[in-house]
Ligand binder design. Structure first.
Ligand code: ADP
Ligand code: MG
Length: 704
């Protein structure tokens, strides 16, 4: 089945054609089965085995009709990537043939050998089994590959025998439950009797780079680390601002078109595509979805981008900082809470009631983000993202909230009993009685420097790294919101006068947590100083940031809302801090190899050429001699620095405690690589292009 967008297939026909979605289920399942499954999907009712059996059979028939031979339980281990093991539908018959089989049990549970996935000590090696369980709230779909394989792909959660979460999806689902429960209490206390479920929604904007495959293949750093460890700046960077939203080149456009088609087939609402700020950098944004589906989709987006780029002779780089000196890539995580009957709880609305509800939810977020800024920061920690957060790049490592001046003024005026100005004059407003002045719908571009910006009807968390799974950040957002909403709900439920209580909550929130609101330029030096005065944390590196997962505050929070037990939380710390060390170790090894086996030999070749020239031209060789001396000095320095890097890497490798080890990688190894880079880049600037052994920044960035 090779559906393409052409005269015979329209976009609406193409969209979701590889998804076993509600429409297909309704068509193919007996009424009773469909109803029972919907109960499970919409209300979390237990799935009966007989229902699962019927669903599995219908799913199998549909998949086979579409060319599938295999199925897989698709899951998201703590590596941040996705995992799949393919089983064919075949079952041997006594006559020596096969029939195609897929049982209810095979649909709802799998048992991959999980011993090679990180568990952070959650699973002893003798208990290697892990279990995958169908997440029926995220529809099954068909994955196609270039070889023509079609695989029925079943989104699953991945747990240990004892039920401990070994993946990123399980805590995400738990956090969605937690925030739903607490937000619903708040709504009930505010008099809402119609909504039954609160859904956290996410739209993840994905930034990426494209690079010519031929050049990529010549760079060991790109191949092994996803980023350049060396490279003198190209004459041109992003300073002309001619790439952002620029006309999309045909070759890139052809890639984007293919990408759209592949995503649409899998029911992913690819909506916006454009050139980003840096040369060869681009962005794709989908329409938002329920968080677990958005997280599944984002994993598929990243995977599909890489697959489709290859078809076009390009490589898609998802690393947070592929190139020095130009912007890196992030993932803007747009987050909100909605009700099952269609309300967006972060929409200010236009009636007094909607306004009051909005104020309550904004207060909850202000409190949550200020109280748990360390946790939010930790969820975005990775060796790649260290090049963005805390370096001179967007956004800073300090967590603050941008509300926009208008909304901030309204909050402050309400809290202090001051006047709030509307179009037709200024007046003292009463929460829940009068309606707020209409807030200008903020456009994200108005403040692109904030790590956590209110953008009219949602918050945009901009710290997330481009290569990261969005699950961790959303687990944190949902859980910290649940805690703040829990406290507010308790107050509102007891309050005699709900509107007076909202006002009190507003006052107290601003008093205790107003420090986290900042509407100015987050990149400025003044803000760093100001934030310090306000007592806001500024954790510039992953190793320190991850410690937020080991505090009693974090254990209490995640345990209270049954999102992560203390053991599960600590396992994440262990895994992520170890991942950091491993990444830096790979970078150190790639840097050493490139220097020893590519750069030093190339520079020696050039020195020989210069030496020969000096001999050939005799007394006219002054310039060559100068150059030779300059290069020889740099090469001497490189030799020392690469030896130092090898020594520091060895020392770091020998440390057995992960936290000490990761600190050594951060303080010694990263520094050694950076220092080595300075000399190599200086040599690159002096060496002829035809002798330089790898493609340059100009090649990588401007020759698409
Ligand atoms: P902006 O221009 O302010 O960034 P967009 O409408 O372009 O706003 O939205 C950016 C992303 O935010 C998109 O992925 C969009 O689907 C998502 N988004 C919009 N509304 C919500 C919502 N209620 N919850 C989560 N994400 C949302
Ligand atoms: Mg945006």
């Amino acid at each position: 089945m090779d559906k393409q967008l052409n005269g015979s297939t329209s976009l609406p026909e193409l969209f979701g054609s590889n998804v076993f979605n509600s429409k297909i289920m309704k068509e193919r399942l007996p009424k009773e089965t469909y109803k029972a499954l919907r109960e499970t999907i919409d209300r979390g009712a237990a799935l009966k085995p007989e229902v699962a059996a019927v669903v599995a059979n219908a799913m199998k028939d549909w998949a086979i009709e579409h060319g599938a031979t295999h199925y897989t339980h698709w899951f998201q281990p703590l590596t941040g990537a996705t995992a799949e093991k393919h089983d064919s539908f075949i079952a041997p018959t006594s006559e020596g043939g096969v029939i195609m089989e897929f049982s209810g049990k095979q649909l709802i549970q799998g048992e991959p050998d999980a011993s090679s996935f990180p568990s952070g000590g959650l699973r002893a090696t003798f208990e290697a089994r892990g279990y995958t369980a169908w997440d029926c709230t995220s529809p099954a779909f068909l994955k196609e590959d270039a070889a023509g394989n079609v695989t029925l792909t079943i989104p699953t959660a991945f747990c240990s025998y004892k039920g401990e979460a070994l993946d990123k999806k399980t805590p995400l689902l738990r956090s969605m439950e937690a925030v739903s429960k607490q937000a619903l209490r708040v709504l009930r206390a505010l008099g809402n009797a119609t909504s039954n479920r609160i859904i956290s929604t996410v739209g993840a904007e994905q930034e990426y780079f494209l690079v010519e495959k031929e050049y990529y293949m010549q760079r060991l750093d790109l191949i092994s680390c996803g980023r350049t460890l060396f490279g003198a700046p190209a004459p041109k960077g992003q300073e002309l601002e001619d790439q952002y939203f620029g006309a999309i080149k045909d070759r890139v456009s052809a890639f984007m078109k293919d990408l759209d088609v592949e995503l649409w087939k899998m029911g992913i609402t690819s909506k916006t595509k454009h050139n980003e700020v840096a040369p060869a950098q681009f962005e794709m944004a989908p329409v938002f979805a329920t968080t677990n589906i958005a997280a599944d989709h984002n994993q598929l987006v990243m995977e599909t981008m890489q697959k489709v780029a290859l078809r076009h002779g390009m490589i898609c780089l998802l690393h947070e900082k592929p190139y020095a000196g130009i912007n890196g890539s992030g993932k803007h995580n747009n987050w909100s809470l909605g009700t099952d009957d269609g309300l967006n709880l972060l929409d200010p609305g236009s009636t007094p009631g909607e306004n009051a509800q909005f104020l309550v939810f904004v207060c909850a977020l202000i409190k949550a983000v200020d109280t748990h800024a360390d946790i939010l920061r930790a969820t975005c920690g990775s060796s790649g993202n260290d090049h963005r957060l805390g370096a001179n790049e967007a956004p800073p490592a300090i967590i603050s909230i941008f509300l926009g001046q208008e909304l901030t003024d309204v909050l402050i005026n309400l809290a202090s009993g001051g006047k709030v100005c509307k179009k037709n004059g200024c007046e003292v407003l009463k929460i829940g009685v009068d309606s707020l002045p209409e807030l200008p719908k903020d456009n994200t571009d108005r403040n692109r420097t904030s790590p956590f910006a209110f953008t009219g009807n949602k918050f945009e968390f901009r710290m997330v790294g481009s290569s990261q799974s969005i699950s961790g950040p959303n687990v944190a957002l949902n859980t910290i919101a649940a805690e703040a909403l829990d406290e507010i709900a308790t107050r509102l439920e007891k309050a005699k006068d709900v509107n007076a209580e909202i006002l009190a909550i507003l006052k107290e929130t601003l008093q205790a947590h107003g420090r986290v609101i900042f509407n100015g330029n987050n990149y400025s030096e003044e803000w760093v100083k100001e934030a310090e005065k306000r007592g806001l944390p500024n954790t510039r590196n992953t190793v320190d940031a991850l410690k937020a997962f080991t505090t009693p505050k974090a254990s209490k929070l995640f345990a209270k809302y049954k999102v992560l037990s203390k053991e599960e939380l600590h396992s994440r710390y262990d895994i992520y801090v170890e991942q950091y060390a491993k990444h830096i170790n790979i970078e150190a090894q790639a840097a050493t190899q490139m220097v020893r086996r590519q750069y030093i030999p190339a520079v020696i070749r050039f020195m020989t050429e210069l030496g020969n020239s000096v001999n050939a031209v005799g007394k006219y060789g002054a310039v060559q001699k100068d150059l030779l001396a300059q290069i020889s000095n740099l090469l001497g320095s490189v030799t020392k620095k690469v030896a130092k890097l090898e020594e520091e890497t060895k020392k770091a490798q020998a440390i057995d405690k992960v936290d000490k080890q990761s600190a050594a990688y951060r303080d010694k190894v990263v520094t050694a690589v950076t220092s080595l880079r300075a000399d190599i880049d200086a040599l690159e600037a002096l060496t002829p292009r035809d002798i330089w052994p790898v493609p340059t920044y100009s090649d990588l960035l401007f020759k698409l």
